[in-house]
Design a protein around this ligand. Structure first.
Ligand code: HEC
Length: 146
């Protein structure tokens, strides 16, 4: 037999659980299926967040006398991947045609960046990295609600 205080505690907990789970639709408790394509927001936070932005890491390296070319190449490949994932999304604003064109250009420029990194071509890489950075504002103007 449980001690009275423990019994009370167990009862209390059971009641609490019963009450808090009342009124919640069953689906809310079912596990969400894993999404195959991350949302635009998730991609932006991962790839373009202020502190970790891939393109920023690339440009920091390219500003050095002796860039870490492996890092530049790796991050450029990440940008290609990110661009392809963006293309699979639907933007909150703007036409499909414009989105396809813009994400296509993003992937194309990231591919040029990978190629320049493989050849350790600093001039080409720096120019392309600048062009990609300029796409942030123009894409937001056309496809972001704020
Ligand atoms: C191909 C178009 C496109 C490009 C290029 C792009 N963005 Fe975005 N970004 C968006 C869209 C669309 C949203 C809004 C997403 C939403 O509201 O669902 C967004 C949202 C964001 C957010 C907010 C994320 C959040 O929800 O918290 C940040 C930060 C951001 N972008 C940074 C950048 C930076 C930095 C660059 C350039 C390196 C960039 N973006 C390039 C389309 C783009």
């Amino acid at each position: 037999m449980l001690r009275p205080s423990l019994t009370a505690a167990v009862l209390f907990a059971a009641t609490f659980l019963a009450i808090t789970s009342l009124g919640r639709p069953a689906v809310a408790r079912a596990e969400e299926p894993k999404k195959l394509v991350p949302s635009i927001s998730e991609i932006m936070v991962e790839a373009h967040g202020c502190r970790t932005a891939y393109i920023k890491q690339v440009r920091t390296e390219l500003a050095k006398d002796d860039p870490d070319w492996l890092l530049v190449e790796t991050k450029s490949r990440d940008l290609v991947r990110v661009g392809k994932l963006l293309a699979l999304n639907t933007p909150p604003k703007g036409s499909r045609e414009s989105w396809d064109r813009t994400t296509g250009l993003y992937v194309a420029r990231a591919t040029v960046l990978v190629d320049a990194a493989e050849r350790k071509d600093k001039e080409e890489a720096s120019l392309t990295a600048r062009r990609i950075t300029m796409m942030c504002a123009s894409c937001h103007r056309d496809h972001r609600n704020w």
